[in-house]
Write a protein that binds this ligand. Structure first.
Ligand SMILES: [Zn+2]
Length: 325
């Protein structure tokens, strides 16, 4: 029987819930994924989560006392005091349901609820690409663009748990409308659907041959563009370079305000790697003030899809340790 301390990390997304048993060093003992079934409601998910965690415990040969905490990561703005999800567009009917409390009770362990991008930032900071940094900005590039902050060695949530919304900083006052109600947000330039939109513009105005021309418009995705860039497609590379420049515009402002030593970039779009990150680094250095611009090292995330479950589990273990102290 395994008796060393473990925590379970549960990452709740709109379609799937990732669940992992995590050791105190951040390594994953075993993991699984179950469907979220949002419409069935949060209460119906609790017994399914508890059963999945128990099954993982058996798979890992975990002694009952070895499971010490449950960390739950959810999209949305989190009321940290009351441990409730307040505002989550993909989980609307789950809002304000005491899911973390019920999972904690079901498993008989202390629990902690955290925003998923905050959990990811914490995971990358503790045992991923942010290790060793005291001041870290973590940016996720996907359909949405999110951010998490570790400042002075502490996860920073802001006054209402809404800190780190880097996707919705303005990079162009006169830019296109954003789903948040503003215009010209960073997400409008680097979110995956807008990368696809950029590719469509390039295909219209740029005569260069490209593998993207042979694809039906609905088949062009940020991932396909990244693959094409990797295969030497100059037009795909130009699309990602322009995307990276916009990212750099946002990061330059963030570097000026926060002076992070590391900026970790993750999420699905980050799979494009240096085709986006290198132009982002160049623009960051050009536009940020010299000292914060030089200090901020832009690196790809290291934990991939697992960052949020690892971060949530480690945050929950940290809470147990704080309460013991
Ligand atoms: Zn916005």
């Amino acid at each position: 029987m395994v008796v060393s301390p473990h925590a379970v990390g549960i990452d709740i997304g709109g379609t799937a819930m990732k669940i992992a048993l995590v050791r105190a060093d951040g390594s994953i003992a075993c993991n699984t994924q179950i469907p979220t079934h949002v419409a069935a409601g949060a209460a119906a998910a609790v017994p399914r989560i508890v059963a999945a965690v128990r099954a993982l415990g058996r798979e890992a040969g975990l002694a009952p006392e070895a499971l010490q905490a449950a960390g739950i990561a959810s999209a949305g703005i989190i009321d940290f005091e009351n441990q409730l999800v307040l505002d989550a567009p993909n989980l609307r009917v789950w809002e304000r349901h005491p899911l973390a409390q019920e999972v904690g009770r079901g498993l008989g362990v202390p629990f902690r609820l955290e925003n998923d991008v905050n959990a990811m930032a914490y995971g990358e900071w503790r045992c991923g690409a942010g290790r060793g940094a005291r001041h870290l900005l973590c940016v996720t590039l996907g359909t949405g663009v999110g951010g998490g902050l570790v400042l002075d060695g502490t996860l920073y949530r802001g006054a209402c748990g809404a800190a780190g919304e880097v996707g919705h900083i303005t990079v162009n006052r006169d830019g296109p409308a954003c789903r948040c109600g503003s215009t010209g947000c960073l997400e409008r330039y680097v979110g995956s659907r807008y990368i696809v939109e950029r590719a469509a513009h390039f295909l219209q105005r740029d005569a260069r041959p490209s593998v993207l021309r042979g694809m039906a418009p609905v088949d062009i995705s940020a991932r396909r563009i990244a693959t094409a860039a990797g295969d030497g497609d100059a037009l795909a590379r130009a699309v990602l370079a322009e995307t990276g420049q916009w990212l750099g515009v946002g990061l330059a402002s963030l570097a000026n305000v926060l002076n992070p030593e590391r900026i970790v970039v993750g999420g699905g779009v980050a799979a494009a790697g240096d085709w986006i990150l290198e132009p982002a680094r160049t623009t960051l250095r050009q536009r940020a003030m010299s000292i914060p611009g030089t200090a901020a090292r832009v690196v790809p995330a290291a934990l991939g899809n697992h960052a949020a479950v690892v971060g949530a589990a480690l945050l929950a273990l940290a809470r147990v340790e704080e309460e013991r102290a």
